[in-house]
Ligand binder design. Structure first.
Ligand code: SF4
Length: 349
């Protein structure tokens, strides 16, 4: 049965595969970059980032030699910045510990910073033709339906069963194509909710199709909803420059933000909060609207304010930047509305 599944899927893939710049190449570094970018991110979004990244850093050595700020700037807007930091650290590790050669085996690949079991399987199978699975959310969905795995896939023993089932499906011939075919099937046919079974090449071999309940699978662990957090974001201007700082917190580490005061405050109450956060005395506060950004675990409900800083120095860590300097910094998408507001302010300063 695994043989007929792989044959049917590969035949379908040959006719239906998406033409993507990271396909049909034999370059483990490019596979690593593309698979890292594709985590939690849509193919359409990744396309331009991937091309730009490989133009600036065409080899693992070029990436290893780069400054982290350069890597983050290229990643700006793609989100989940720890992926970029890990990719950069991993490239340095490959140069230092593996002589610049990306390893072939999943065991060695898994020793590299940022390469988890999925990425290790993807690199080994796609770039080196090693018959190992690459189990991501799409593959979990397809395999649980195909094999009728009805228990919660968040339970470790069920997850192991699913990984074993996925491994058994991978053919010795064209394992990379097979894994990519599964990914394509999961993202275009065997989609979350109601799959398009009529268009599926595996219909005759699928347990969930036979049982008539594919939309019930997979059984996923219940997600904790993201926590809503309120912030006042303060655009503090002085002599044509705006106040920013580089984050040192784990979340958005290394990215630049405007002052954020926890909670929502009145225009009257805000100066005391700003003083506490930055050491600056502010005046002429104006309401600049609202913004919202949804992360996986948090929702930032932001109220934006524009204000002037009186003379005096901001506390260590804060820095007034010009418009040009601001454009050279990596600013997270969560600050998009605040950045647009700062651009308007500095543009006319
Ligand atoms: Fe998914 Fe339907 Fe194909 Fe089964 S038949 S693998 S449920 S699309």
């Amino acid at each position: 049965m695994p043989d007929s599944i792989s044959r049917a899927l590969l035949t379908w893939y040959d006719d239906h595969k998406r033409i993507l710049p990271w396909r049909d190449i034999s370059n483990p570094y490019a596979t690593w970059v593309s698979e890292t970018m594709l985590q939690q991110t849509r193919v359409e979004t990744v396309l331009s980032y991937y091309k730009r990244f490989l133009t600036v850093f065409p080899t693992v050595e070029a990436l290893a030699a780069a400054e982290e700020a350069e890597v983050l700037k290229l990643w700006e807007g793609l989100g989940y910045y720890s992926r970029a930091r890990n990719l950069h650290a991993g490239a340095r590790q490959v140069v230092e510990e593996f002589g610049g050669v990306i390893p072939h085996t999943t065991e060695e690949l898994s020793k590299i910073k940022g390469i988890g079991p999925y990425t290790a399987g993807a690199i080994a199978s796609i770039a080196y033709g090693v018959p190992v699975p690459a189990v991501d959310g799409n593959v979990i969905r397809v395999v649980s339906r195909l094999r009728g795995i009805r228990e919660n896939v968040g339970v470790p023993s069920v997850r192991r069963e699913l990984e074993k089932a996925a491994a058994e499906l991978v053919p010795g011939d064209r394992p990379g194509d097979f894994n990519q075919a599964l990914m394509d099937l999961g993202s275009g046919v065997c989609v979350p909710g109601t799959p398009d079974c009529a268009a599926c090449p595996l219909r005759e071999m699928c347990c969930a199709f036979e049982e008539g309940d594919p939309e019930e699978l997979p059984q996923l662990p219940r997600k904790t909803p993201p926590k809503p957090l309120d912030y006042d974001v303060c655009l503090i201007v002085q002599d044509g420059r705006v106040l920013m700082r580089q984050r040192t917190e784990t979340m958005l580490n290394g990215l630049w933000v405007y002052p954020m005061v926890e909670g929502h405050h009145s225009v009257k109450g805000l100066p005391a909060q700003v003083k506490k956060a930055t050491g600056l005395t502010v005046t002429a506060i104006q309401d600049a609207g609202e913004a919202r950004h949804v992360f996986t675990h948090q929702i930032w409900n932001m109220h934006l304010y524009i204000m002037q800083a009186d003379a005096g120095a901001a506390r260590t860590g804060w820095q007034f930047v010009t418009l040009d300097e601001m454009h050279a910094l990596t600013i997270p998408t969560a600050m998009k509305a605040a950045k647009a507001c700062a651009e308007k302010l500095l543009g006319r300063a």
